[in-house]
Each structure stands twice: as C-alpha cells, then as structure tokens.
Design a protein around this ligand. Structure first.
Ligand code: SAH
Length: 355
C-alpha cells in the first residue's frame, strides 16, 4: 500500500496528524523542525520524539526523501545538477547554483512539459505527469541540505522542467510550506514562479495564500512572433498576460520580471528591440534578458557578446531596468531550458539495440 508522504501534507494537516495521535502541540513543532529545518528524512534521526510515536507515524506516513540518481558538477562555476527518480520511475532535474554568495535552487514542477516552445529542451521530451507538492519539496530539501548549513536562506526559482501554472495546486501547496516559519521560512521575494502563459492562473496565484514573485516568459515583443516561438503558450495574447501580471503586483508588495530569451536571428532585430522597449516601458516590471542556451541538435544560435550589446544598447534608452542573465552550468547542460533532454537521449540509445 502506498503511504502518504509527510511532505505532501500542509503544515495544518501535519499538526492534525500529531494531535490525532493524542500528542501535545509541541510534538508537531518538533516533527516539522526535523523535516524542514533540520532536513532529516528518517524517523530514526528524530530522537526527541517518543519512539512509539515514530513507529505509529511510520506505519502510515513516509518521510524518506527521493534520492538523486545522479549528480553532475560544473567545472566552470560549481553549479550542480541533480537527477531525481520518483517511486514510479519518473525523472526530473533540479539545479543548485551559487549567485552573489547566495544559493539558488531551480525546481521542476512537471515530468516533461505539455507546451512546445521551440527553443526549450524540455519540450522535446514527452509530457508524463504533474509532480506532487511533496516531490517539489523533496527537491528543495535535498538541494538545501547539499548547499550548506540548514539555517542559510536560499532563493528558489520554478524554472526547471514543466509549466508551474499547469500544476498550480501542488505549486501553491509547496510554496505555502516554503513560506511558513515552521516550514522552510522563505519570504515571497526569495521564491519566483516562472510562467509562459495562463492569465487566469496568474490571477489565481495572486489571490492565493502563496507568497511569491512572478517571472513572465515573454520571449517575443509581439503576438505574431510569439506564436512562432511559443505556439501553445501564445494562445493568450501578450496584452492579457501583462494585464494579469499587473494584477499580480497591484498591492505593491509583489514583483514581476519579464523574461526574454535572446535567440540570434529570431527575436533580436532593431525593430524587436524597439517594440520590446515600448512594451516594457509601460510596465512596472524589470526586464531580464537570457541569452539562448543551445541544446544538442539545436536549430537556433546563441547570440555573442556583440549581438547582446547591440540589442541592449538599442533597448536601454526607452526600457526600464534591464538585466542580462549569465548562464550557469552550461558545461553540464544545466542552463535554462536545458534540463532532462540529455537523459532522454541517453536512455533511447540502448533501445536501439546499439550494444
Ligand atoms: N515553463 C516555465 C518555466 C520553465 S522555463 C516558463 O516558461 O517560464 C524557465 C525559463 O527558461 C523561461 O523563461 C524560458 O523562456 C527559458 N528558457 C527555456 N529554454 C531556454 C533556452 N534554451 N535558453 C535560454 N532560456 C530558455
């Protein structure tokens, strides 16, 4: 019988489980501390909980973390990429990066992705399923333990495999545990959900109790080009997406970043820069440019420094704050949009009977 995983419970549900065992409230706090502050994944380690309580919990609930089946480390910048395998064999990747003396973890929310953005490696694989909240939290708990002292704050970006807003209930549940002082105790400025579309769901996230920031993957300055680059995500026009993003920041507490992947020869012309500047100028958002990371067999080209300079120079006079994201872990295919497909390609080889 499959047991429920403790990380699939909200903190309120976790508390109810402990109280229903006839235990006092402080036992719940001890249990939450073991899971989310000390990042433990065995009942044996939870030595200040009565043994008999641990045995009763173990009969009904799993606490083990899914172990990564492989870890790759970049020789260039120390970025580490973790491949997780869950109970049903589904695999996702997560990345641990160090930026400005701060650790950032990049989490996956789905196994594969049902969208088909032409520049994204994840889109080349088959969409399999949504991750549970517990599987999302598993990734961050393990990477946080790898990153350093458990007390050290980290930043979280939902920029791994999948489209977070197509798995919104699990994403919201996971963020609520991240926000909670008895969970991972991370404020909304440290957590960024990146999405390519779905204005209604952006509003739903804004109205939910999950405290987070938003990144909107724009990637084209007009709907016609966006339809070519992101055929499914462009079902909703840019105007509607920006309306929803403004709703997200309406009370001034939250932040939105517009993301724009720079693909040489596709969305970097002077006219593209002018259109993007005009569009971004009217918004209360920052603009983050991401040089395209080519995957294997990629039909697109990444821009060189001159291409990027030219685009930024054209953009700057009219645009709001612009940053250019430098890729991490390029030598281990851990850069934005590069996750997972390498594994798919490796996996296919034996099936071809090459051995
Ligand atoms: N589905 C979500 C989150 C995953 S992609 C989204 O679209 O936002 C995270 C970011 O990586 C997005 O901004 C996406 O546009 C970008 N990205 C995808 N493939 C990329 C690539 N090959 N090079 C650079 N950025 C890429």
């Amino acid at each position: 019988m499959n047991k429920t995983h403790l990380r699939n419970l909200s903190l309120l549900e976790l508390r109810d489980v402990v109280l229903a065992e006839g235990e006092p409230e402080f036992r719940f706090r001890q249990l939450a501390t073991w899971i989310y502050a000390r990042l433990e994944s065995t009942y044996d380690a939870m030595t200040d909980l009565p043994k008999e309580l641990r045995q009763r919990l173990a009969q009904r609930f799993d606490v083990a973390a899914s172990a990564p089946v492989s870890i790759q480390q970049s020789a260039v910048d120390g970025t580490r990429k973790f491949l997780f395998e869950f109970a049903d064999g589904a695999r996702v990747e997560s990345v641990l990066m160090r930026y400005d003396r701060r650790n950032t973890v990049c989490l996956s929310t789905q196994v594969g992705c049902p969208l088909d953005c032409v520049f994204c490696e994840t889109a080349k694989g088959r969409f399999q399923r949504n991750l549970t909240a517990g599987e999302i939290l598993d990734q961050i708990c393990l990477l946080k333990r790898e990153a350093g002292p458990p007390s050290e704050k980290i930043n979280v970006v939902f920029m791994g495999m999948g489209e977070p807003l197509l798995n919104l209930p699990s994403v919201i549940a996971a963020i609520r545990v991240m926000n909670d002082p008895l969970g991972l105790n991370l404020g909304g400025k440290r957590i960024t959900v990146s999405t390519s579309s779905f204005p209604d769901r952006i509003r739903e996230l804004a109205d939910s109790e999950a405290d987070c920031s938003l990144a909107l993957s724009l990637n084209a300055p007009n709907d016609a080009l966006r339809r070519q680059l992101m055929p499914k995500a462009s079902h909703f026009p840019i105007d509607e997406l920006l309306d929803a993003a403004r709703y997200f920041v309406r009370d001034g507490r939250r932040r939105v970043t517009l993301e724009y992947v720079l693909i040489k020869g596709r969305n970097m012309s002077p006219v593209d820069a002018d259109e993007l500047a005009a569009l971004a100028h009217a918004q209360p958002f920052k603009l983050n440019l991401i040089p395209y990371n080519p995957g294997r067999h990629s039909p697109y080209e990444c821009p060189n420094e001159d291409d990027i300079d030219r685009f930024v120079t054209r953009l700057l006079p009219a645009a709001p704050a612009v940053t250019v994201r430098r890729s991490r872990g390029v030598d281990i295919d851990a850069a934005c949009g590069q996750l997972w497909n390498e594994y798919l390609m490796q996996k296919k080889k034996p099936a071809k009977g090459a051995a």
